[in-house]
Design a binder for this molecule. Sequence first.
Ligand code: ZN
Ligand code: ZN
Length: 347
Amino acid sequence: MKACVLERPQKYSIQDIPMPKVGADEVLVRILVSGICVNDVRDYKGSKWSYPRIGGHEYSAVIEKIGEDVPKESFKIGDKVIAYIIDDCGICYDCKHNHENICESFTKSKAYYNPNGYSGFYGFSEYAVVKARNLYVYPKATPDEEAAFSEPLACVLNSIQRSHIKMGDDVVVIGGGVMGLLHVLCAKLQGARVILSEVDAKRREFGLKLGADEVIDPLSSDPIQQVRDLTGGRGADVVENTTAIPSVAIQAIEMCAKNGIVNMFSSIHPNEPILVDAGRLHSQEITITGTQNGTVETFARAIDCISKRIIDVRPLIEKIFDYQDIEEAIEYASRSDTYKVMLRFSK
Ligand SMILES: [Zn+2]
Ligand SMILES: [Zn+2]
């Protein structure tokens, strides 16, 4: 089968590699469309994970072969599916307490380190093998590229659930990229007034088109004051930080209202510690939290939302490239003026 192999940073090649073997509890899927994630762009630029690497964890696929121990009634050849990408062990303390999305074994899996082979999730190849328990079936009518949005949306739904947005809340979303805009769409459906903070004028305009009630340019003047001006001096009930910048994380906390919640959705790069006013957290009962990955449940909910078009991801799809043009696609995805870029592997 063909695979887009990232041999080392900045160097992709299309290689013929052996078909993966299907274990008794596994399913072979043929990749349809694979979204390019910020993490794939980071791997391309050089990450701490092992190379060669076959990235791609935001894919839709079709079932080609089913392992012998998989319950016959669960899946059929030809089903359209997506995969839960976290290789949770199911045994550790976190898994047993419904926190499988932060399972210890996740970053130790071959998806990250595989010194004797390819690391990665195999979404950037023609076929992948997935444990049956990690598959979700999509209605066939859902277009492949929309189904491929399940993983990013699942991450955002985890963030939204943890933020406890209530009707009438003021929600600030920091960052108007794909993940920020998914937050805008979801927060609107939770009944919030949504303020999008974004440095780029075109992205602010697009945010308004997608339903943001207000937009602010954090570079034009103090963003904390701008949020206070829009919220009667209180600040925002919920702040969703989708940017990786430590100084913005500080601002996110400062623009939060009394009793508010701040969620660090993005990982922080470089992860420099920030100073927090603990006295204010105490006296104003502020919650600072973070979210990582999607959970088994939010993946299921992402499929509900996309297949019923409760969340319409179509405006966020920038361009779909043929997989052979992966380098061009990755370069395109890393531009600050593009939204979700995807690769087509088969129909
Ligand atoms: Zn992703
Ligand atoms: Zn675990």
